[in-house]
Structure formats: structure tokens, C-alpha cells
Design a protein around this ligand. Structure first.
Ligand SMILES: [Zn+2]
Length: 604
């Protein structure tokens, strides 16, 4: 009897969950002043107080963001439109009690910041990142969602990865998908093309571009974008089967947006603050974001699954999710020939420095740097930090790990990082099984050896052992050299002239001459080697000296004058130099380069 009763209750509960529904409306009658009017209606609510809230994080962004600050005029109604009492429980949390299962909440949103994280409502169009725009209902995360947009101009188009249900209505299966689906509404240039994977269905890739541009400029840009899209699929051997069959680049390239790129499952939101000129220089962020539709959207760390919208989402694996994507962003461009080989080598130099010379890379693991993203990733705080001495971007540092692994696989196993990415795709991404660090290590072992994978992870993932890029890069006829060899140097600090001397704008960096001399951020350099420092060029006095010489230094710290000495050192900053211009390239190095950066779509 008990058993029967329990089953009966289960059926009742699951039926009511299935019937739950969330619907939104969006309109912007005061778009001129960046206001939108939004309603959210929840049906089949349990009879307890209903909790409506704004998010504090956004898919692909790892720090917290207080989206609730731009929401006001919050009201609640029942199914018949009769007002209900709504109580503000926290800055971004509202509670509605005394309802009969249906609650409609309306509010005004202010939105004036177009990037991958926030929202922008303007007379020229709407740019909606969902967590920055829409409240959601606690406990109804699995309920299907429908949304209807009021579009004031018949020439405006709507672009999104949401499923289209009518001209201006869309749907999402649940909250996770809805939150991951930004929407762009306005005068958009649309271009679509088909891509195929052998033995799989044909998919559509779409560009929805907001920019001042002629049709031929958009066509030129699209043709180059197509090359990058094709190169990306060659890495994995196939495209992901995009939900609803389509992937969309939502792109705003105009001076009124903020620079950003944000990946989503079947789309990306790209904002580049410049006048659109169809130039290949704009493609870098497109290349990076498209690679994400495999790496992070489907080859996904367990630590980001499911995404929590109430707090920051920490992951230990951003060195792979972002760093490997950063590495491939450039690699796909050079394989597509939209950047030059020299530009690619220059990029490698930046990666090597992020591991070798940035203190956060030299002294801390990629895992530590990934986990710090919860504070760093477009986060807003006003107090000072010591990132200059304990953080290296998981984009470039992770890219340096990718480069090291690519070189190891090419030189020692006649394989490549492409082989590893294919293994991750096969093992995790295609089946959408989230990975852990031991899983990544095991996948590497499966294409190399157990001991190689264990050593690589111990030294360069769990640890921060220096990696010698010089020897393996010789296989490609590339040299690693100091940028300013034999030039005396005091540090990389930015300075600005003030009344008493030159003021340091940022933290001094560990192991640089200024740091060793005891100079701190906001200190003022007054005199070095007898030269009063009034303008930046007065520092040229050090060029008369040699590396390792010690000079008298006077600086001010919080009003006190300090007399000390500073020892000039050599700047360790590195660059990658193409040696094939001075020494004849061997057949072997030509083959090595072709396998690494050559066009992978040849013969297709
Ligand atoms: Zn990224």
C-alpha cells in the first residue's frame, strides 16, 4: 500500500513538473534612454512563496557580476492581473507569497553596455545577454521557456541560438539553455552557409553582423570567416551536431560596443569597438570563439557543469578550456592564411613569456591561475591586487602549455596537439561526458605513454616547471631570443610624470631591478645616477651604463624620501625569430612547419 501510494505521488509530482512553464515578454518603448520593460510569468508554481531573481554570473564568464543593480519597478500580479505583494529579500532576489500557482512579475531594466556579459537597449537595436536581462524562478530551472520580443522596426531582424517558434517568438528547453542563448535584434547583415561532416547531416553556419558595411564588405569578411570555420573542423574531423542545426556568430563591430567575445553552445556574442572595414585583423576573436564550440561547450570540464547563476563558477581547467582555445585561435588563422607566419611566431613569443617571464606563470601552476579567474575575469573591484606577481592569464599561460604539448607530441611521438584534441573530442566532447584533470591525463596517456602523460601533467599542469622552448622549436627552424639583449633595464613599469618625478602606475614585478631596490606602486622616482627625473626620456641616462652596474637612486614613498641604489639587469623578455631567413631551411623543417601551420583543407 505504501509502495502504491508512493508511486501515485510520484506521478502527480512529475506531471506537475512537466506542466510547469515560464514565459517572457520583452519590449523597449523607452529604448532611447536604454530602458526595457520585461515580464516573466511562471505557471504551475508550488503554493509556497515564489522566488524570482536576477543572476550573478553568466555562461563563459567566471567572475561574479551583479546584474540585479539595473532592475527596478518590480511588480507582481496573479493570473487575472490582480496585484500581488512582492517583497525584496536581497538586492537581486524577490519573493511573492499568497499566489495560486501563477505569478507574473514585471520590471524595468536599464541596459547600456554592449559586450559579451551585459546588455544594451538602444534606439539602434537590442543586444541581450540573457543573465543580464531576465529574472528567473528558483525551483523551476527545468521548466520549458518561451519568449516573445516586441520589434519596433520592420527592417530589424532577430538572431539567436534559441529555437524559433514564430516571427518574434522563441523557445528554450530549460533555464540552462535559455541563459546560454544571447539575442541580437536590429539592422543585421545576415550571411549563411552550409557545412557538412562526412556521414552526418548538413549544418548551417550563420553570421549576424551589426555594422556599417556594404554587402561586398560583408561578403569579403564572410569568405575569410568560412576558411577559419573549415580549418577548425579539420582539427576534430567533424563539426559538432549543433542544436537545431545552426551555429550563429552574433557580431557587433562598431564604435559603440565594448571589446569582448563570449562563447555559447551554438553561438557566440562578439563585440569589437571599431569601424567595420572587413579586415582580417577582426577575425582573431571569431577564430577563438568558434573553436570553443568544441573546446568548453562540448569538451567541458565537470567543474562548469551545470553552470551556477547565483555565484562565480570556479574551474581548475581554464588553462585548457581557454588557453588551448587561445593557441588554436591563432593556429587556425595561420592555417587559413588570414595572418602571416611572422604574426603567428610573434604570438608564440607572447605565450612563452606568459609561462617563462610573468611571475604568475613562472611561480604558480596553470590550475592556480585558472581558479583565480573567479576574481579576474572582467571582474570589478576597487582595491589594489598583486596580480603582477602572482597571476598569469590562463589564456596566454594555457596557450604556452598548449605550445609545449604540441612540440612534445610532434618531436617525440610524430603526433600533434590535433591528435590530442581529437582524442578529447572522441572521449568527452562528442558524447558530452564532462572531463576531470585525471581524465585529461589519461586521454594524453592513451595517445602517448602513461609515464609521458604523468610527467607532463606533474611538471606543467599541477606544477610550474620551466619548459625549454628553444630546443624543440629548432625543429621548425625557429629561435627563441631575448627581445632587448645586452640592454640595461630597470623593469617594465608604466610611469607618468608628476610634480616631483616619475610615478609608478602599477606594482613593481618580483626579480626586476625596481622591485629589488624596494620601489613600490605609487612611489615617485626622483633621481637616478644624478639625473633628475622630470620626463620619461630622462630615464635614458641608464643606457650609458652596462648590465649589472649599480647606480644611486632617490625615490619617494608615501611622502618620505628614500636614498638607495639600483642594479641594472638584462630584460629576460623573449621573442620567437624565424631562422630560415638567415640559414637555409632543411627539408625536415619545411615538413615540420607544413604539418604544423599548413592549410589542412587542401584537397577537400
Ligand atoms: Zn574563450
Amino acid at each position: 500500500m505504501k509502495f502504491v501510494l508512493a508511486s501515485f505521488l510520484f506521478i502527480i509530482t512529475s506531471t506537475s513538473v512537466l506542466a510547469q512553464k515560464i514565459s517572457y515578454t520583452f519590449s523597449a518603448p523607452n529604448a532611447t534612454h536604454h530602458e526595457a520593460e520585461i515580464t516573466v510569468t511562471a505557471e504551475k508554481l508550488p503554493l509556497a512563496p515564489a522566488i524570482f531573481r536576477m543572476s550573478r554570473s553568466s555562461p563563459g564568464r567566471y567572475a561574479t557580476h551583479e546584474f540585479g543593480k539595473n532592475v527596478y519597478n518590480v511588480k507582481a500580479f496573479d493570473a487575472a492581473g490582480k496585484p500581488l505583494t512582492i517583497e525584496r529579500k536581497e538586492g537581486d532576489v524577490y519573493s511573492v507569497a499568497g499566489h495560486k500557482g501563477v505569478v507574473k512579475v514585471s520590471y524595468t531594466l536599464f541596459a547600456n553596455y554592449a559586450d559579451g556579459t551585459y546588455a544594451d537597449v538602444d534606439a539602434t537595436g537590442y543586444h541581450l545577454n540573457i543573465p543580464a536581462t531576465f529574472m528567473w524562478v528558483k525551483g523551476m530551472e527545468k521548466a520549458p521557456i518561451s519568449i516573445s520580443f516586441a520589434v519596433p522596426n520592420k527592417d530589424w531582424k532577430i538572431a539567436t541560438q534559441l529555437k524559433q517558434e514564430g516571427t518574434t517568438t522563441f523557445s528554450a528547453p530549460d533555464l540552462q539553455y535559455f541563459m546560454d542563448s544571447p539575442v541580437k535584434i536590429g539592422e543585421l547583415h545576415i550571411r549563411e552557409w552550409k557545412v557538412t561532416t562526412p556521414g552526418a547531416k548538413t549544418l548551417t553556419v550563420r553570421l549576424a553582423l551589426q555594422a556599417e558595411a556594404t554587402d561586398s564588405m560583408v561578403d569579403t569578411f564572410t569568405n575569410n570567416l568560412k576558411k577559419i570555420v573549415a580549418q577548425a573542423s579539420e582539427v576534430f574531423g567533424e563539426y559538432p551536431s549543433f542544436d537545431y542545426g545552426t551555429y550563429t556568430f552574433l557580431a557587433s563591430i562598431n564604435p559603440y560596443v565594448k571589446g569582448d567575445g563570449m562563447e555559447h553552445r551554438n553561438s557566440t556574442m562578439i563585440t569589437i569597438p571599431t569601424v567595420f572595414n572587413a579586415s582580417n585583423d577582426l577575425l582573431g576573436v571569431f577564430s577563438h570563439e568558434f573553436f570553443h564550440c568544441w573546446n568548453v561547450e562540448r569538451i567541458r570540464p565537470k567543474s562548469l557543469q551545470p553552470f551556477n547563476f547565483e555565484k562565480s563558477n570556479m574551474s581548475e581547467a581554464l588553462w585548457l578550456a581557454e588557453g588551448f582555445t587561445q593557441y588554436y585561435g591563432n593556429l587556425l588563422q595561420v592555417r587559413s592564411k588570414v595572418i602571416t607566419e611572422q604574426e603567428f611566431w610573434d604570438g608564440l613569443g607572447r605565450l612563452i613569456n606568459a609561462k617563462t617571464n610573468v611571475p604568475g606563470g613562472a611561480n604558480y601552476s596553470p590550475i592556480h591561475n585558472s581558479q583565480h579567474a573567479v576574481f579576474v575575469d572582467a571582474s570589478v573591484s576597487i582595491d589594489k591586487n598583486n596580480y603582477a606577481n602572482m597571476f598569469s592569464s590562463y589564456y596566454t599561460y594555457g596557450g604556452a602549455v598548449a605550445l609545449a604539448l604540441d612540440l612534445e607530441l610532434r618531436n617525440k611521438f610524430a603526433k600533434s596537439l590535433d591528435t590530442y584534441m581529437q582524442q578529447l573530442w572522441k572521449q568527452f566532447g562528442k558524447q558530452e561526458v564532462p572531463y576531470t584533470l585525471p581524465g585529461l591525463q589519461q586521454a594524453l596517456a592513451s595517445i602517448t605513454t602513461t609515464s609521458f602523460a604523468a610527467n607532463f601533467f606533474r611538471q606543467y599542469v599541477y606544477g610550474h616547471k620551466p619548459y625549454d622552448y628553444t630546443t624543440p622549436l629548432r625543429a621548425a627552424k625557429l629561435n627563441v631570443e631575448k627581445v632587448n639583449s645586452q640592454t640595461p633595464w630597470i623593469g617594465n613599469n608604466a610611469m607618468r610624470p608628476v610634480e616631483k618625478g616619475l610615478m609608478l602606475a602599477g606594482n613593481t614585478v618580483r626579480n626586476t631591478p625596481l622591485y629589488i631596490a624596494g620601489v613600490d606602486v605609487d612611489d615617485i622616482l626622483v633621481e637616478v645616477d644624478g639625473q633628475k627625473l622630470k620626463e620619461l626620456k630622462d630615464l635614458d641616462v641608464i643606457k650609458k651604463h652596462k648590465i649589472n652596474e649599480t647606480l644611486p637612486l632617490t625615490y619617494m614613498h608615501r611622502g618620505d624620501t628614500v636614498k638607495t641604489t639600483i642594479q641594472l639587469l638584462e630584460n629576460n623578455w623573449l621573442k620567437v625569430v624565424d631562422a630560415s631567413s638567415t640559414q637555409p631551411a632543411s627539408d625536415k623543417s619545411i615538413t615540420f612547419r607544413e604539418a604544423w601551420i599548413g592549410d589542412k583543407t587542401k584537397g577537400r
